[in-house]
Design a protein around this ligand. Structure first.
Ligand code: MTE
Ligand code: MO
Length: 240
C-alpha cells in the first residue's frame, strides 16, 4: 500500500500530493469496471430528448488531438503529465448544435455521474478522450470513452462515458460532490472546507486504491469466484 502514499511535491494545487502512477480509483472501489462495448457510443440528450448519438467515426471526424494535463483526485493524490487524446466537449456540443444550457450531467456505464455548470463543461481543456499516453483507454482508466476535466477534482472525470444530458433545471448531485469542484479553489466538498478534508481523505487513498485494483483483477480473472454481478459491491462506498 505504500505505493499509494502520495508524497509532497512542488507545483501542485493546494493540499495535493504526488503519486508516481495513476491507480484505479473510485468512490465505489469494490465495483469492477462495467462491461462496455468496444466501440464508443455517446448519447447526447437535452431535457430528456435525444439530440445525437456519436460513434467512434463521428468523434474521429472532429479531429482528436493530444492534450497534456495533470489529474487531481479529491482525496489529495495527483498524477502529472498525462497525455489524453480526444476532442473537447465544447466541440462535440457545437457539432451537434446544442445551445447553451445551464447544467450538464455526464454519465458512465457504471451509473457514475457528475454534474457540471455550462461554463465548466465548455472549458477548452474538458475532453472526451479515447486514449491515454498513446494507448487506447483500458478498463482501469475508463474504456472506451472518458470525460477528462483537469481543472476539477477527479470525480468529475467520468470513466466509461455513455451519455451527456443537458438540463435546464438543476440536477441532484451526490452529497459529497461540489457543484464546481475546482481544484484551484480547493472545492472538495459542497459544505465542508477543503482544507479540513485533506487528512481524512488522504488516509483512505491506500485502502481505496487497493480495493479498486483488486476488483479489477478479479474481473480480469476468468476463473475468479464471482456469483452474479453484485457480490463485490456490497457496502463498497469508501470515498471519491
Ligand atoms: N464511471 C466512473 N467514473 C469515475 C469513477 C467511477 O467510479 N466510475 N471514479 C472517479 C474518481 S473518484 C476518480 S479519482 C477518477 C479515477 O480515475 P482512474 O481510476 O482512471 O485513476 O475517476 C472518476 N471517474
Ligand atoms: Mo477521486
Amino acid at each position: 500500500m505504500m505505493r499509494y502514499w502520495p508524497r509532497r511535491a512542488g507545483g501542485l494545487p493546494p493540499g495535493q500530493r504526488l503519486l508516481s502512477e495513476m491507480p484505479r480509483f473510485s468512490d465505489r472501489p469494490c465495483l469492477p469496471p462495467p462491461v462496455m462495448p468496444v466501440e464508443p457510443r455517446l448519447e447526447i440528450r437535452r431535457d430528456g430528448e435525444p439530440v445525437a448519438v456519436l460513434s467512434a467515426r463521428d468523434l474521429e471526424a472532429l479531429g482528436p488531438r493530444d492534450h497534456t494535463a495533470d489529474f487531481h483526485c479529491v482525496t489529495t493524490w495527483s498524477v502529472t503529465g498525462l497525455t489524453w487524446t480526444g476532442v473537447p466537449l465544447r466541440d462535440v456540443l457545437a457539432a451537434v448544435g446544442v445551445p447553451e444550457t445551464p447544467y450538464l450531467v455526464a454519465g458512465g456505464g457504471d451509473r457514475w455521474r457528475a454534474v457540471f455548470v455550462w461554463p465548466d463543461a465548455v472549458a477548452p481543456d474538458v475532453l472526451i478522450a479515447t486514449r491515454l499516453n498513446g494507448a487506447a483507454l483500458d478498463e482501469r482508466h475508463g474504456a472506451p470513452l472518458r470525460l477528462v476535466a483537469p481543472g476539477q477534482y477527479g470525480y468529475k472525470s467520468v470513466k466509461h462515458l455513455v451519455a451527456v444530458d443537458l438540463l435546464t433545471g438543476e440536477p441532484r448531485a451526490d452529497p459529497k460532490e461540489h457543484p464546481r469542484a475546482r481544484v484551484a479553489f480547493e472545492e472538495r466538498h459542497p459544505r465542508l472546507p477543503g482544507r479540513l478534508l485533506r487528512l481524512p481523505y488522504r488516509l483512505v487513498i491506500g485502502p481505496t486504491a487497493y480495493l479498486a485494483e483488486r476488483s479489477l483483477r478479479r474481473r480480469a480473472t476468468p476463473t475468479g469466484e464471482r456469483h452474479g454481478g453484485e457480490d463485490d459491491s456490497g457496502g463498497g462506498r469508501v470515498d471519491r
